[in-house]
Each structure stands twice: as C-alpha cells, then as structure tokens.
Design a protein around this ligand. Structure first.
Ligand SMILES: N[C@@H](CCC(=O)N[C@@H](CS)C(=O)NCC(=O)O)C(=O)O
Length: 207
C-alpha cells in the first residue's frame, strides 16, 4: 500500500491526501515533521535529504516534492479522469498553475501564514504580512479574472492544477477574509472545491 510520510497539517501533505481521496488511492499515513519530528533522523533523511514532508513510498519507489508526487500519482491512477488531462495543452495549463503556486503565490502566502499563525506577538513581523497581502492580492486577482471565464484553473474540469492553489486559497480566505471576499469568482471556485468531499483535508484548523 502507498505510504505517505508527513503531518496532515502541512499544506504540502494536504495536496497529496486530497489527490489520493479524489482518485480513491488507499494509503497509510505516518505523522512526520512539526511536533512529531522524525524528519531529522537518518532513516528519514536517507529517503528525503531535505528533511521536509511529504515523502511517499510506493512499491519501494521513494519520492519527495509534493507537486511531483501529485503528478506521479495522478499519472498512475488518474487516467480517464479530468484530474490528469489527456490533452497536452490542458495538462500543461494545469502544470503551469501548479508551478505558479510554488514560485509566485506560495512564498507570499508563507509571509502571511508564518507571521499570523506561527509567530507570537513578540516575533510577528507585520511588514512581512503587509507585503504578503499586497502580492497575494495581485496573484489571487489574476485567478479571480481567470475564473470569471471558466470553472477551474485549467478549463471546465477539475485538474491537478486546482490542488496546490486550492490548498492555499483556504488559507487566503481564512487569514485575509476582507481581500478574498471581494473576489467573487475566486470565492465561487472555493465553494466548488468545498463541495468536493476530498477537500476536507484542507479545512482543518490552521497550525
Ligand atoms: N517543496 C517541498 C516543500 C516541503 C516543505 O516545505 N514542507 C514543510 C511543511 S509544509 C516541512 O516539511 N516543514 C518542516 C516540518 O514540518 O517539520 C514540497 O513541495 O514538498
């Protein structure tokens, strides 16, 4: 059975859990990282030298990097579903939004999330929060424009492209409700995601 190493509160682990439930992939998850530790131990570092989560083990195949894991599992189990589009252009479009989350949205969401959720009153840096909000407003504004024309990021069907952005959009809505609330098309897409049973992985309390 597929083994997933990683705490369920991690945004990167959420991507994998969400995809597995969408495709009905059975898995066994072990808590690693955060308060559970173990990611600094030699046997974990031998699988993932970054000491980060998630890592998967599938029939002896070890893989880290959450987007790579999502693509691997979708390619293996998602044939015939909209999640892993057959059309190369639709698939490339989905891929583009996954990369954009990692390179452009994610680093700004980290500024907001780390300061508002993880730091204390003494260590919180509100200048970083303001910068994160400014840049995320631009990013989610781009999505809001896109979603005026289509139901999902890569077109009319739900794809792997919706997963990383969907994980972070929940954080945006919860941490910056005023900015998110003004983005009606984004909120419509968020409601469509919330209607998917597998999205429950992303709706747990932030920590
Ligand atoms: N690019 C990596 C980033 C992984 C990452 O930063 N994971 C964080 C959790 S979201 C982590 O392992 N933090 C240390 C910990 O949880 O102990 C991926 O997408 O898998």
């Amino acid at each position: 059975m597929l083994k997933i190493l990683g705490r369920k509160t991690s945004s990167n682990v959420m991507k994998v859990l969400w995809l597995c439930d969408e495709l009905g992939i059975a898995y066994d998850r072990e808590d690693v990282g955060g308060p559970f530790g173990k990611n600094d131990q030699a046997d974990y570092l031998a699988k993932n030298p970054n000491g980060l989560v998630p890592t998967i083990i599938d029939d002896g195949f070890e893989l880290w990097e959450s987007n790579a894991i999502v693509r691997y599992l979708a390619a293996k189990h998602g044939e015939g579903s909209s999640i892993w589009p057959e059309n190369p252009q639709t698939r490339a479009s989905a891929d583009r939004w996954m990369e954009w989350l990692s390179t452009t949205v994610g680093p700004n969401m980290v500024l907001i999330f780390r300061n508002l959720v993880r730091e204390t009153d003494e260590t919180r840096n509100m200048d970083e929060v303001a910068l994160g909000i400014k840049n995320c407003t631009k990013c989610f504004g781009i999505m809001n424009e896109l979603l005026a024309k289509q139901d999902y990021v890569a077109g009319c069907g739900f794809t792997v492209g919706d997963i990383p952005l969907g994980v972070h959009t929940r954080r945006w809505v919860e941490l910056c409700p005023d900015q998110a609330g003004d983005m009606k098309n984004l909120m419509g897409w968020f409601e469509r995601l919330k209607a998917r049973p597998a999205y429950h992985h992303c709706l747990i309390p932030l920590e």
